[in-house]
Design a protein around this ligand. Structure first.
Ligand code: PEP
Ligand code: MG
Length: 915
């Protein structure tokens, strides 16, 4: 019988569930801290942290990313409790600063800014001076004693609000920016050149015209109610999470749409309150090259957006020491405090209002690859970081920027320098001039290399910047938002090259007497900041020069940095790193980069050189086995020599040689003239050749007669290749000064154990024959690629006879996804746009799909052979996020192209340290 329930004893169901907190304070009372980036966004979390450690932060509050998610999940509506929370927060700020929102005597103004978990510079919207209206502006004028200042603040607010919240924007590319147009017209009428020359009366007139403009564009009046303004701004910031440029940025950097942005509402402080006010952006170290110098820029009598918008070229921070010594000194103290507290290079914004310094933001500064390496190495020396932290802090891809080519010094001497600018992104870039992002994209589609040349870059240029080799701007400083983006993308970049004039209408770039037009060549050295007309040849990076013995290590600090980081990486990584190389030269290059063996030698690549392609063709065209054998006999010495070269250059390190893989028809000529020439060379009839080519044709060659299927149909190919391998090994082992060899013969495209058994039998038979004939014992193994799902699913059977597996993730992706490696271009962009692919699955492993197949194979393979050696040799072997996955599933090594080896070493160490 059920127990009688005493209703009264039921725990208070009525007890109110604690409401979700949507608003977090910072200032005298601070709710959040730096660990709360997921909820408060990067900006919100760090404002809270700065307030906590006693830095001068104007008070405010953060509306959480949870509200953003709620907003999009609920047809752009807010949680019910939000309004009350915001009101209470406004009241708290009012109390703290002693001003009132909307007050007619002493009005409190707010800035409203976005702040995602990861910073997305310039991609979302910001509104300043919120709370001003036709009445409060008068109070601000009285209170500050500066009418022009007050009305300038108001006109800026109307302009930002009108643009961002009310959508007063140009209808198309040809229309001028509406507010700018009104501003410029008025400036002409009253005959002033600079915005700052407008009088209070001029500004009053401008404000009237702005309000008329808004009414005309939208049918609505500019809102006078401060709370209406506030909610309009908050909604606009949340709305901007889904704007086009934010979406493109998220796609490029793999930021999930689900993260959402927070909104930061903060009491305004003014850098434009006169000559004892200023605003600036600074870095605790140089973000372009990593040097430990106080780096940044500022403008006197300006608002923050003026610095980052790149309209006025700001002054270098060192100059502040003369102009505002007290402020500069305080900033120096804060600079050190920030680094000691956050233990990383910081990028911060400050404002000085009537000599009083305020901190508006801090975050880990975006930096070039070179700077990332230098900062990590030097901060470790300064004991601000441990070696392990340093390893995890350097984005693995950064290593690449130490290896990028530089301009050839001889070619630079001969080139014409036409100007200089601020070096914002290191490296050398040469390309055709494009004056707009659209022109850049068009030229790149036509296969050209492009340098995007703009007066100033803006977030709208993002797509063009991605397409270009390098970026040059004539205005703006190194902390302009778009320059930050360029730096992060690893683009070569020069900013603020003020001697250069760019005329969009005439499509010219003028530097002194030199006039360049769209399409002309230009070259920029983003390390030094030098601009050249014409095209300049590039040469190897310093690191490569040292590795090649052309430069002394002691003469190159870049090399020393590289070497330090690589040393750390090797200390911590568990994964081996090999390379994909088919020639001794490539193998040699990979060894200098630290490769520990060859993980994939594609033997078909060895047939393209010199005469051997003809013998190869003869072999393919042979109708009968004896003719095929005759052709293979001619190929044998070439293969043997190539393998010898490869073994020699690897000096005892393992060399995985994959037997012939691609469809045979790839080797035969496809146009008539080439066929006739071949017929003559091989003494065959053109008709016969045409007929054989027809017979070789396949509808779907990627899934056709390739891989081990070739070796099974034509065992003589496997035989010849095996012979070449073992004879080359034998020759090196038995020569006067023997060289150790470790051949690993790899059978491609296996799906059935029987296929592998068939090929292994041939390989081992030939190995025995050669060893017997040469009287030598060769240490060798025979394994297989796992690149077909069936092989993964039956990996336990296959492992019984395989010495090793190497995952061919190119084909494994192709076959698991049923998606051609060669035909994805037509719909790939759409798939990214629709968020179906977060990444290109052929570049970064589809971990939840293809990754699962890999895991199955690992588990099944090792269930039969506990110590089965496992590697990966698809393109994913050089991709940091895929490397992390391969580490986690317990592979022994990754193999990638030679230039990716350093990146892979670092990524492998990061995987070991973070898992
Ligand atoms: C692979 O499929 O991943 C592989 C390495 O082989 P290939 O790219 O030559 O097909
Ligand atoms: Mg393959």
């Amino acid at each position: 019988m059920p127990k009688k329930v005493n209703k009264k004893s039921i725990p208070a169901k009525k007890k109110a569930v604690k409401a979700t907190k949507y608003v977090y304070a910072f200032g005298a009372k601070t709710d959040g801290d730096t660990t709360m980036k997921t909820l408060l966004g990067g900006k919100g979390a760090n404002l809270a942290e700065m307030a906590r450690i006693g830095l001068p932060v104007p008070p405010g509050f953060t509306i959480t990313t949870g509200v953003c998610t709620y907003y999009y999940d609920n047809k752009r509506k807010y949680p019910k409790t939000l309004v009350a929370e915001v009101k209470a927060s406004v009241a708290r700020v009012e109390k703290e600063v002693g001003k009132k929102f909307g007050d007619l005597k002493n009005p409190l103004l707010f800035s409203v800014r976005s702040g995602a978990r990861e910073s997305m510079p310039g991609m979302m919207d910001t509104i300043l001076n919120l709370g001003l209206n036709d009445k409060t502006v008068k109070a601000l004028a009285d209170k500050s004693g500066n009418e022009a200042f007050a009305y300038d603040c108001y006109r800026r607010f109307i302009q930002m609000y009108g643009d961002v919240v009310m959508g007063v924007q140009p209808k198309d590319d040809t229309e001028a920016e509406p507010f700018e147009h009104v501003l410029e017209t008025l400036k002409k009428e009253v005959d002033v050149e600079l915005d700052s020359d407008l009088t209070a009366n001029n500004l009053r007139e401008l404000i009237k015209r702005y309000q008329v403009l808004i009414k005309k564009y939208t049918g609505d009046a500019f809102p006078q109610d401060p709370y209406k303004q506030l909610w309009g701004a908050v909604s606009a910031v949340f709305g901007s999470w889904q704007n086009e440029r934010a979406t493109i940025y998220r796609q490029k950097y793999g930021i999930p749409a689900a993260w959402g942005t927070a909104v930061n509402v903060q009491a305004m402080v003014f850098g434009n309150m006169g000559e004892d006010s200023a605003t600036g952006v600074a870095f605790t170290r140089d973000p372009a090259n990593g040097e430990k110098v106080f780096y940044g820029e500022y403008l006197i009598n300006a608002q923050g957006e003026d610095v980052v918008a790149g309209v006025r070229t700001p002054k270098p921070i060192a100059q502040l020491a003369d102009e505002m010594p007290k402020g500069h000194k305080e900033l120096e103290v804060i600079r050190k405090k920030l680094e000691r507290h956050f233990r990383d290079m910081q990028d911060f914004e400050f404002t000085i209002e009537n000599k009083q310094l305020y901190m508006l933001q801090t975050r880990n500064g975006k930096r070039t690859g070179l700077a990332a390496v230098r900062i990590a190495v030097e901060m470790t020396k300064e004991r601000l970081m441990t070696e392990k932290t340093a390893v995890t802090k350097i984005p693995a891809e950064s290593i690449d920027s130490l290896l990028v080519p530089v301009f050839n010094p001889a070619a630079v001497k001969a080139a014409k320098t036409i100007g200089t600018g601020l070096p914002a992104g290191p490296g050398a870039a040469s390309g055709h001039i494009a004056f707009s992002a659209a022109a850049a994209e068009r030229s790149v589609k036509d296969g050209k290399k492009v340098v995007l040349c703009r007066q100033e870059t803006s977030p709208e240029d993002l797509k063009g910047m991605i397409a270009s080799e390098g970026i040059l701007t004539s205005r703006g400083g190194v902390s302009s938002h778009a320059a930050l983006v360029a730096r992060q993308m690893g683009k070569v970049c020069i900013c603020g090259a003020s001697e250069i004039k760019i005329n969009y209408a005439k499509k010219t770039l003028t530097a002194g007497k030199t006039v360049l037009r769209e399409g002309d060549f230009i070259s920029i050295d983003g390390t030094a900041g030098t601009i050249f007309s014409g095209q300049i040849e590039t040469s190897d990076s310093e690191v490569q020069q040292v590795l090649a013995g052309k430069l002394k290590a002691s003469k190159s600090y870049t090399y020393q940095l590289f070497n330090t980081v690589m040393g750390w990486a090797d200390k911590y990584r568990k994964l081996g790193v090999r390379t994909n190389a088919d020639s001794p030269a490539l193998a040699q290059a990979a060894i200098t980069y630290g490769a520990e063996g060859i993980g994939l030698c594609r033997t078909e690549h060895m047939f393209f050189e010199g005469d051997r392609i003809d013998y190869m063709r003869q072999m393919i065209l042979a109708g009968e086995e004896k003719d095929r054998r005759a052709a293979l006999k001619k190929l044998l010495p070439f293969q043997r020599r190539d393998f010898k070269g490869l073994f020699k250059s690897m000096a005892g390190l393992p060399v995985t040689i994959r037997l012939l893989d691609p469809p045979l028809h790839e080797f035969v000529p496809h146009d008539d003239a080439a066929r006739r020439e071949l017929a003559e060379k091989l003494n065959l009839k053109p008709d016969y050749i045409a007929e054989r080519i027809r017979a070789l044709h396949e509808e779907n060659p990627m899934l056709g007669h390739r891989g081990c299927r070739l070796g099974i149909s034509y065992p003589e190919i496997t035989e010849m290749q095996s012979r070449a391998i073992f004879e080359a090994a034998a020759a090196l082992l038995t020569q006067k000064k023997p060289i150790d060899v470790q051949p690993e013969v790899m059978i491609p495209l296996v799906g059935f154990k029987q296929e592998l058994a068939n090929q292994i039998a041939i390989v081992r038979r030939v190995a025995d024959e050669v060893m017997k004939a040469k009287g030598v014992k060769i240490r060798y193994t025979v394994g297989t690629m796992i690149e077909i799902p069936r092989a993964a699913i039956t990996a336990d059977e296959i492992a019984e006879i395989a010495d090793f597996f190497s995952f061919g993730t190119n084909d494994l992706t192709q076959t698991t996804l049923g998606l051609s490696r060669d035909d994805m271009g037509s719909f790939f962009d759409k798939y990214k746009e629709e968020d179906i692919f977060a990444q290109n699955p052929f570049a970064s492993l589809d971990q939840s799909g293809v990754g699962k197949v890999v895991e199955i194979a690992v588990e099944k393979g090792r269930s039969v052979k506990k110590n089965l050696k496992l590697g990966i040799c698809g393109e994913h072997g050089g991709d940091p996020s895929s490397i992390n996955f391969f580490h986690q599933v317990g592979l022994n090594y990754v193999s990638c192209s030679p230039p990716r080896v350093p990146v892979a070493r670092l990524a492998a160490a990061q995987a070991a340290l973070t898992n």
